[in-house]
Ligand binder design. Structure first.
Ligand SMILES: CC(C)(COP(=O)(O)OP(=O)(O)OC[C@H]1O[C@@H](n2cnc3c(N)ncnc32)[C@H](O)[C@@H]1OP(=O)(O)O)[C@@H](O)C(=O)NCCC(=O)NCCS
Length: 143
C-alpha cells in the first residue's frame, strides 16, 4: 500500500546512501538535512509499505511557497507517485494558508514539466542559463 507522511531525519538517514543512485536527486545529504531542519520547510515522503519511494518538499513564506523538489525512486516512476506527492503537497500547502505556489524547473526536464502542467502550473518567467547552458522556467499556481 502506498502512503504519504511527513518526512523526518530518520527517513532521510534511511535513503542517505542511495539518494543519487536510486533517486538521482541533485541535493547532497548535508544540504537536504539542513533543509529538513529549517522550520519553514515541509517534506513529505511516499512509502510502499515501509520502503521510501519518493519525496517532495515546500518552503513556506505565507502567502507564498516554493516547491523545492519532487523526486520518485527510479523504478517506481510513471506509476502516479509523483502526482500523488504533488496532490498532497498542494493540499498541505493550502492547509497552511499558502495562496501562491512557485517552482523552478530546467527547461530540458520534460517529465517534470508535464507533471507540473498536469497540475495547472503556468509559466511566468524564464531565467536564462540558470542551469549552465539551460534556462530555468519559473512556474506558478494559485491555490
Ligand atoms: C518528475 C517525476 C517526479 C515524475 O514522477 P512520476 O511518479 O513518474 O510521475 P507520474 O507517474 O505521477 O506522472 C505525472 C505526469 O508526468 C508525465 N510523465 C512522467 N514521466 C513521464 C515519462 N517517462 N514519459 C512521458 N510523460 C511522463 C506525464 O504527463 C504524467 O501524467 P499522466 O499521469 O497523465 O500520464 C520523476 O520523473 C522524477 O523523479 N524525476 C527525477 C527528479 C526530478 O527531475 N524532479 C523534478 C525536479 S526537482
Amino acid at each position: 500500500m502506498i502512503t504519504i507522511s511527513k518526512m523526518n531525519l530518520d527517513d532521510l538517514n534511511q535513503i542517505k546512501n542511495i539518494l543519487f543512485s536510486d533517486f538521482d536527486d541533485f541535493w547532497n545529504y548535508s544540504i537536504f538535512k539542513s533543509e529538513l531542519e529549517n522550520s519553514n520547510s515541509y517534506y513529505l515522503i511516499a512509502k510502499d509499505n515501509s520502503k521510501i519511494i519518493g519525496f517532495g518538499g515546500i518552503k513556506v513564506s505565507i502567502p507564498d511557497a516554493d516547491i523545492m523538489n519532487i523526486v520518485v525512486r527510479k523504478n517506481y516512476r510513471k506509476h502516479g507517485i509523483g502526482s500523488f506527492l504533488m496532490r498532497e503537497l498542494i493540499n498541505f500547502a493550502s492547509s497552511l494558508g499558502v495562496k501562491n505556489l512557485f517552482l523552478e524547473v530546467n527547461e530540458k526536464n520534460s517529465y517534470a514539466i508535464s507533471l507540473y502542467q498536469k497540475f495547472n502550473f503556468k509559466e511566468i518567467s524564464i531565467r536564462k542559463n540558470y542551469y549552465n547552458e539551460n534556462n530555468a522556467i519559473i512556474m506558478k499556481k494559485e491555490i
